[in-house]
Design a protein around this ligand. Sequence first.
Ligand SMILES: [Zn+2]
Length: 67
Amino acid sequence: MASMTTSKVSRYDGHGREHVVHVTKSGPRRRLACDTCGWRQNAQFLPWLKAQEHLAEAHQATVDPSA
Ligand SMILES: [Zn+2]
């Protein structure tokens, strides 16, 4: 069952490893949490974009598995 309050952004890096950032809704804000490195950030706008940026910059993970 899909949750309306939690989602995730996953990307694969050049080594075929999956990196996941979870997006949790918390009141008006969204909290981002990276499984790979423990990175945390609050985001009020465009949390998925921030998650993608983190995955690309920190883990060179830019391959969208759903694409
Ligand atoms: Zn990370």
